[in-house]
Design a protein around this ligand. Structure first.
Ligand SMILES: Nc1ncnc2c1ncn2[C@@H]1O[C@H](COP(=O)(O)OP(=O)(O)OP(=O)(O)O)[C@@H](O)[C@H]1O
Length: 238
């Protein structure tokens, strides 16, 4: 018998309401979710459906208004700022649409910023090798293309060996071919290191490479589909 898969993220009744003066903006409305160890999840949904809000709460960047959000047995909903900082540092790698590299530091130094504070990091050189940029280590971000800069951002995110890689529109600023290279890197990290990956995208074709596809609507998970025939990024087209 197959062992039951283990959920690493569990959310129940997760609610987030932003207050803008007198106006309340509901971003998550009693959302339920399970994400399992090692899987590749693609999160789709229209603009404003709550994708980034959800990712930020799972990543310990924001607190919910009510409900439960667990990372294994850590309650993220009740964690204080120090606990969330430790959680992010030890367990989470983030990749955003814009790369947020420090322009005055070389590629290697950008990655080393993270490896110096992580408990069990890989060497910056190894992280850069994994994203195919070992030969650009001593270059500055401005000397790299957008796709290369995003691969540095991924190297920085994985160098601390996070349990989970949370990606918010990682290909949003990239052209077709470059976007595919970046997706290949994320897929490889997921497969080779077993890092659970959650990727937000507006591009429904990217769902083809997921183990599971979650669609958000109106602050909830509207549907979850298994993807029995996973494609490689090279096989995707849009
Ligand atoms: N800091 C904030 N203050 C007030 N309202 C916010 C804030 N962040 C998000 N919202 C609102 O919460 C709702 C969900 O936003 P969120 O960014 O999570 O959606 P999204 O699905 O990621 O959208 P997009 O695809 O456009 O990035 C939206 O109505 C948004 O306007």
């Amino acid at each position: 018998m197959q062992p039951l898969p283990k959920a690493i993220f569990t959310a129940r009744g997760l609610t987030k309401t932003y207050h803008m003066g007198e106006v309340e903006v509901p971003a998550l409305r009693s959302l339920d979710l399970d994400i399992y160890q090692g899987e590749f999840v693609v999160l789709l949904g229209p603009s404003g459906s709550g994708k980034s809000t959800l990712l930020n709460i799972l990543g310990g960047l924001d607190n919910p208004s009510s409900g439960e959000a667990f990372w294994r047995d850590h309650n993220l909903a009740t964690a204080n700022e120090r606990e969330l900082t430790e959680y992010r540092r030890d367990h989470v790698g983030f990749v955003f649409q814009f790369y947020n590299l420090i322009s005055s530091l070389t590629v290697r130094e950008n990655v080393a910023l993270v490896t110096e504070i992580a408990p069990h990091p890989m060497r910056p050189e190894e992280a850069l090798e994994r994203v195919g940029l070992a030969h650009r280590m001593d270059h500055f971000p401005s000397q790299l293309s957008g796709g290369e800069q995003q691969r540095v951002a991924i190297a920085r995110a994985i160098a601390k060996r996070p349990d989970v890689l949370l990606c918010d529109e990682p290909t949003g600023a990239l052209d077709y071919e470059t976007g595919k290279v970046v997706l290949e890197v994320i897929a490889r990290i997921n497969q080779e290191i077993g890092t659970t990956a959650v990727v937000i995208t507006h591009n429904a074709s990217i769902a083809g490479m997921a183990d599971r596809v979650m669609r958000m609507a109106d602050g909830r998970i509207a549907s979850v589909e298994d993807n029995p025939h996973k494609l490689t990024p090279a096989e995707l087209s849009w």
